[in-house]
Design a protein around this ligand. Structure first.
Ligand SMILES: C[S@@+](CC[C@H](N)C(=O)[O-])C[C@H]1O[C@@H](n2cnc3c(N)ncnc32)[C@H](O)[C@@H]1O
Length: 322
């Protein structure tokens, strides 16, 4: 998935910096509180003793679960999903078939997505949760590849782009099957009250763009629910992260560092974020020994007008005073 803020390419840099700062990872419990696509969580999970991965968004938690500790996808059910077609919430709210004529998916693909979702609902009562999650993750993956957007779902394109004209295809997603991992779908600060470990990795949103809004269509498919959908882009109610609010972000960072029962805390943040590097340093220093390392990182460009191709990613490091 082409995900805003994905750190796939930076994972080796983050892991080597974590090792230099905190020592070997083999005996450490690591928590990735803002897991997203799971690229960093997976890299930690392959090396550390135990992994706790989390994301507040349902579509992301599903994705994380399948990637990190999912089961093999049931091919027979996936085939049923491929053959299915009917009209449901995607046709009604996110395709030109609905009253609002939103163009996130072509009518054909919207019917296929609704059909595949209905197959999952049909089997919900007797299938194990992990099996359902594997099927849902495949559906999210397939839907995302034929979405008529610039990667995010803040709006749909006026004209149907080539990839959106292709028929929905569903594939089994690989699962790393980490036996040392647990995945949560919680608000980060609330989860921190309940878990403890050695290394806490933070990769919060760094600007106003709320993930719940930018990926609202994936959440609607994941939940099979389209409540309070309105407006041209069809946003429903979505979770508003305090990390995306200029007025809330500083307090959220301080509360996170204070609450964390982890000796080492690492936070990725880039040079265009709501919090400046100097301010982050001041807040980190309230809690212990601070260090930082930086690296250039390619930006996810949703438009050719995006100003720069690269941003500077800084990894802020804290050894918390006990
Ligand atoms: C920059 S992305 C993480 C990207 C991830 N490191 C990767 O490589 O894919 C930030 C993530 O934080 C999640 N998020 C935002 N606010 C949150 C909160 N309060 N608690 C937990 N997760 C949150 C978003 O849903 C999003 O997936």
């Amino acid at each position: 998935m082409n995900y805003i803020g994905s750190k796939g390419a930076l994972a080796p840099f983050i892991l080597s910096s974590a090792t230099l700062f905190a020592g070997t990872l083999h005996d450490k419990t690591v928590c990735d509180l803002f897991g997203g696509t799971g690229s960093v969580a997976e890299a930690f999970g392959l090396t550390c003793k135990a992994l706790i991965a989390n994301d507040v968004e349902p579509y992301s938690a599903l994705w994380l679960h399948q990637r990190l500790c999912g089961v093999q996808t049931d091919e027979a059910l996936l085939e049923q999903m491929r053959q299915a077609s009917c009209e449901g919430i995607v046709c009604e709210h996110f395709s030109p078939l609905g009253e609002a004529k939103r163009g996130y998916f072509t009518p054909q693909n919207a019917r296929k997505i609704d059909g595949a979702r209905a197959v999952i609902v049909h089997h919900e009562k007797h299938l194990a949760r992990a099996k359902l999650q594997a099927l849902l993750a495949s559906l999210l993956d397939g839907a995302d590849r034929v979405a008529n957007t610039t990667s995010v779902y803040g709006s749909f394109l006026k004209h149907t782009k080539f990839t959106a004209t292709q028929a929905l295809s569903l594939r089994a997603l690989p699962a790393t099957r980490l036996t040392n991992a647990t995945v949560h779908n919680r608000e980060g600060l609330a989860l921190l009250e309940e878990v403890e470990g050695d290394i806490l990795y933070l990769d919060p949103p760094y600007n106003h763009r709320q993930y719940g809004l930018n990926y609202h269509v994936l959440n609607a498919i994941a939940r099979n629910e389209a409540r309070d959908i309105k407006g041209k882009s069809g946003f429903g109610n979505y979770y508003r992260s305090r990390w995306c609010q200029k007025r809330g972000v500083e307090e959220e960072l301080r509360a996170t560092l204070k609450t964390a029962k982890f000796r080492y805390i690492l936070m990725s943040y880039n040079d265009e974020g709501l919090l400046g590097t100097a301010r982050i340093r001041e807040i980190f220093e309230e809690f212990g020994r601070y260090d930082c390392v930086s690296q250039a990182h390619p930006r996810l460009r949703t438009s050719k007008k995006s100003p720069k191709k690269e941003t500077i990613e800084t990894l802020h490091l804290l050894e918390k005073e006990s």
